[in-house]
Design a protein around this ligand. Structure first.
Ligand code: THU
Length: 134
């Protein structure tokens, strides 16, 4: 499979899991699928709360699941929403960067089309663990 086919499949996983989204407040279902080293895939959805500020994005749920399962090197993050054009929010960008400086970010623009970009492009001049080193 070439990269385009792999990312299409990754988006398809994100689409499937988006059906499990718990989003009774925004009614905005988001799904995410993370491709790790070893080609393992972990998925997540957004999970909201009556205390709105406690809600969590699909990307972070997917990434934290990957980390908890022993996969700390992220190759790509796919994000799916029915409307399309959901590029990861600022908080998720910072979390993605923690686990990869070079991750591909994939999101659908329409039902079938998608774009691929880089986390370094979405979050330039970022704060990272490198800055903390003495
Ligand atoms: N959301 C995500 O899950 N990922 C994003 O990249 C943007 C926003 C969620 C958070 C909230 O549950 C809903 O979409 C509306 O903002």
């Amino acid at each position: 499979m070439n990269k385009k086919q792999i990312y299409k499949q990754l988006l398809n996983y994100a689409k499937q899991i988006s059906e499990n989204s718990y989003s009774p407040y925004s009614k905005f279902k988001v799904g995410s699928a993370v491709l790790c080293d070893g080609n393992k895939v972990f998925c997540g959805t957004n999970i909201e709360n009556a205390s709105y500020g406690l809600s969590m994005c699909a990307e972070r749920v997917a990434i934290f699941t990957a980390i908890a399962n022993g996969c700390k090197k992220i190759k790509a993050v796919a994000v799916y929403s029915k409307k399309g054009n959901v590029s990861p929010c600022g908080a998720c960008r910072q979390v993605i960067l923690e686990f990869s400086k070079n991750a591909d970010i994939v999101y659908n623009t329409k039902e079938t089309d998608f774009v691929v970009t880089k986390i370094s492009k979405l979050l330039p001049k970022s704060f990272s663990k490198k800055t903390l080193k003495k």
